[in-house]
Ligand binder design. Structure first.
Ligand code: PLP
Length: 379
């Protein structure tokens, strides 16, 4: 039987055509497509007073964000333990230490009251991550950051295209990061971006993403390069290449349809599953969000059996995520009370969600979940 995957990238004729054209151009590195992608991202977000810097992955965007704010070895960054490994590794990459904070049960995003208890003189930044359709309490995070003079890194890998209190994600944060990896709402195959407030930050990022080479992006966006330049700072090979930007541009132009189809699938899931005993569905009507994934919460003791049952019926499921403090590498990190994280980490389950997903597929998956619990209560 053909499996329904958790994620399914929407690669159509347009993306393939865009890729071919970018290859035929003969300029494979960072060039005009990257400049155009940054411009279109900025237009899409509507961040008139912000700057967009494209890089090769979401992880490198996070690493550069940590460098940009000047983290030093021994500094601390507060992050939800319920987060992507990329965030933890970016903190470690600059020699800083992640400090694990709990999430709120109603939003699955950072619990700002608990975060405040974790702040000490070593705290330099806090990561506010939007979990899928549930957005972090960005006002409370910004208020906390102002009071303690710490920076905010907004991980918006899940919330690209969404609105927080009528403001588009990317328009209001101290530093905002996106990922366009293979499974994200839109993809560059691999890609990422940072949204920053000042031209000065842009220039630093431009050097850091290009192994420190201080050559103007404007030259490269003309599909050319400078042969002489200075090197002022530590950098990495983190720039985005034309091929990836070309695919990203094509994806970006489909955001209206992508958003609608994902909202529709999530609404249908919620309708079909919200009455089902044992299951908790997202508390959202999905109107202001572009959902990246669809999750449910199931009793921890049933989760693996349900996953096996669905697998047997051709449905793949995922787990986003195993909390950070469960990993060997990070088990000794400083942490507060993580009771909600431990609970959610054992219950969370991602169901298939695709752009342009068929109604019948959602219905089939929902029915199979209902059947699982029916079958179970009969034995
Ligand atoms: C995907 C993701 C990242 C990492 O992005 P990559 O492009 O895969 O490196 C970081 N944070 C969150 C929340 C993500 O979902």
């Amino acid at each position: 039987m053909e499996q329904i995957p958790v994620f399914k990238p929407l690669i159509e004729q347009e993306e393939i055509q865009a890729a071919v054209e970018s290859l035929q151009l003969g300029w494979l590195g960072m060039g005009g497509y990257v400049g155009k992608f940054e411009e279109e991202l900025k237009n899409f977000i509507g961040a008139d007073d912000r700057y967009v810097v494209a890089v090769n992955t979401g992880h490198s965007a996070l690493h550069l964000a940590m460098m940009l704010i000047g983290l030093q070895p021994g500094d601390e960054v507060i992050t939800p333990s319920f987060n992507n490994i990329a965030d933890f590794q970016a903190i470690l990459a600059v020699g800083a230490n992640p400090v694990f904070c709990d999430i709120r049960e109603d939003t699955l995003c950072i619990d700002v009251l608990k975060a405040e208890e974790l702040i000490n003189p070593k705290t330099k930044a806090i990561i506010s991550m939007d979990y899928d359709c549930c957005l972090a309490d960005h006002e409370a995070v910004a208020d906390l950051a102002n009071r303690y003079k710490i920076r905010v890194i907004h991980d918006a890998a899940h919330s690209f295209g969404s609105y927080y209190k009528s403001q588009k994600i990317g328009t209001f944060s101290d530093l905002c990061m996106f990922s366009f990896d293979p499974v994200k709402t839109i993809t560059c195959i691999d890609g990422g971006a940072l949204v920053v407030k000042t031209q000065e930050e842009v220039e630093i990022l431009h050097e850091m993403r290009l192994i420190g080479m201080g050559q103007p992006a404007s030259v490269m966006y003309g599909n050319q390069r400078a042969w002489t330049y200075d090197v002022n700072r530590l950098g990495f090979r983190y720039h985005m290449a034309n091929l990836h930007a070309a695919i990203g541009l094509s994806q970006l132009s489909k955001m209206p349809e992508i958003t609608k189809s994902r909202q529709k699938a999530c609404c249908l899931y919620n309708t079909l599953l919200s009455g089902v005993e044992h299951i908790k569905t997202p508390n959202s009507d999905f109107t202001d969000v572009t959902p990246f994934l669809y999750y449910i919460r199931v009793p921890a003791d049933d989760r693996q059996a349900l996953r096996d049952w669905l697998k047997k019926h051709g449905i793949d499921t995922g787990i986003h995520w195993q909390p950070g403090h469960w990993f060997s590498l990070l088990s000794n990190a400083r942490q507060g009370d993580l009771s909600v994280t431990n609970l959610i980490g054992s219950q969370i389950l991602s169901l298939p969600l695709h752009s342009m997903m068929k109604e019948q597929e959602v219905e089939y998956i929902a029915n199979m979940i209902v059947d699982f619990f029916k079958t179970k209560s009969n034995v």
